[in-house]
Design a protein around this ligand. Structure first.
Ligand SMILES: *Cc1c(COP(=O)(O)O)cnc(C)c1O
Length: 433
């Protein structure tokens, strides 16, 4: 049988016959089989998103390194690896995940401000494509580690281009008050140093100015600065640069009008790097996965107070922390299609965790829902499951991937035994109380 056709963008989740489906599978079927809360991903949307992103850079040598931290599930990473993706990793754990999912080491770039010596050694051992180095201290340590192993580390200096991405303060990274990157005014000296250090090959420059960017202007400015700087390093200082890594950060449509569209983003990149003789690396995370996932939850109670009505779900901030952490807004829909003309109510949608910040939606106008009903929290494929925790000793929600009429559990719910498996009593506590 030939594989089912990929759905067009954004239509992985839709009402059909009065109930919401993921591709061709009713969400209620998934809830019955794996329980709630659970994450549901559309393989078709993941596939379509990667193909669209990759196609936007057709004709120029490029490598799309999926930023694993957005959603590091093996089945998600494998989906992209099968399409030729590389990986942007930020820890040894992500290196392990990328390799385990089948990403070839020569397509892996390693970012992050705090790489330890063992992490560097593991990545050198694996033979990754490049280290995106964020400070002089890191460069010196990498030189020591690589030279000690008799290896050469390919390095891209991550430059902080001093461009405000205009995004939420907690996810902006491209100005001097952030911990990220080497300030562009200092980068020339660091490049000279890199060229002279043992165990280091200066292979390129990198940048990443933030996440959930909603305008193309910061990209245009930052890409331009990076490309100008690359030209001066090549033409004036004689460095040979093989790669320019333009980072990620392309926003998605949570609430307001769609942010930057892919063609304008790609056009800004193409214009900036025109004439650059090497390869362009791109590190999208959120854009590839956000729309491909929902968090499926069941209403437990509807609690009416004197000021507010609370819809209490079985999903919480330990599952989806974005509303609590970034004031994020996620679309929320009853799985059973509301009757046409159903009078909306204004509610706070919350979880069972003992924190007032355990909120999934505040003052949300939505069709009325009743205890026992399923709701879908949309645009949750990015920074959802990946940021989940055991807080309140709640088990992380399982993850399901849908493809056409089929679906598969791609991460099971751990057991309570597994939850405490790494905990030990101290030796003086071994007597039963
Ligand atoms: C987080 C991150 C990305 C991906 O960001 P998105 O907003 O998810 O696209 C890319 N590169 C680096 C260095 C990152 O830290």
């Amino acid at each position: 049988m030939s594989p089912p056709p990929a759905p067009t963008l954004l239509d992985g989740f839709a009402y059909r016959d009065g109930t919401m489906h993921a591709e061709d599978v009713p969400l209620a079927t998934i809830a019955d089989e794996v329980g709630t809360p659970c994450w549901v991903y559309s393989h078709g949307v993941l596939d379509a998103r990667f193909r669209a992103f990759d196609a936007a850079f057709a004709g120029i040598p490029h490598l799309v390194c999926y930023a694993l931290k957005a959603n590091s599930n093996q089945a998600v990473v494998r989906t992209f690896a099968e399409l030729g993706a590389g990986a942007d990793i930020v820890s040894e754990g992500e290196l392990f995940r990328a390799l385990a999912a089948g990403v070839p080491p020569e397509r892996i770039v390693f970012a992050g401000v705090g790489k330890t010596a063992p992490e560097m050694a593991a990545a050198l051992q694996a033979g990754i494509l490049q280290f995106n180095v964020e400070s002089e201290g890191e460069l010196l340590r990498l030189s020591q580690v690589a030279a000690g192993m008799g290896r050469t580390a390919a390095v891209a200096l991550r430059v902080n281009p001093d461009v405000d991405a205009g995004t939420h303060a907690k996810i902006t990274t491209g100005t001097p008050d952030n911990k990220f990157g080497i300030e562009i005014g200092d980068a020339r000296a660091v490049a000279a140093q890199a060229a002279a250090l043992p165990g280091i090959r200066l292979a390129g420059l990198a940048m990443h100015i933030g996440s959930q960017l909603t305008s193309v202007e910061p990209y245009r400015a930052a890409f331009g600065r990076l490309a100008d700087f690359a030209r001066s390093l090549m033409n004036e200082d004689g460095h040979r640069l093989e790669r320019l890594d333009l980072g990620g950060g392309l926003g998605v449509h949570y609430r307001h009008a769609p942010p930057v569209d892919l063609p304008s983003y790609a056009a800004a990149a193409r214009a900036a790097v025109a004439g650059f003789p090497g390869t362009i690396v791109l590190e999208p995370g959120r854009w590839l996965v956000a729309d491909a996932g929902i968090l499926l939850a069941r209403v437990q109670y509807v609690k009416r107070g004197s000021l507010k009505t609370f819809v209490i779900l079985d999903a919480a901030m330990n599952d989806l922390v974005r509303p609590a952490m970034y004031d994020a807004w996620h679309p929320l829909r009853p799985v059973t299609e509301p009757a046409a003309g159903a009078e909306p109510v204004t509610v706070d949608v919350v979880g069972p965790i003992c924190e007032s910040s355990d909120v999934l939606a505040t003052a949300r106008e939505m069709p009325p829902v009743a205890p026992g009903e399923l709701v879908a929290i949309g645009v949750a494929g990015a920074y959802g499951a990946a940021m989940s925790s055991f807080y309140n000793s709640r088990l992380p929600a399982p993850e399901v991937m849908v493809r056409g009429q089929g679906f598969s559990l791609v991460r099971s719910r751990p057991s309570y035994d597994e939850m405490i498996a790494h905990e030990r009593l101290a030796p003086w506590q071994t007597h039963q109380p």
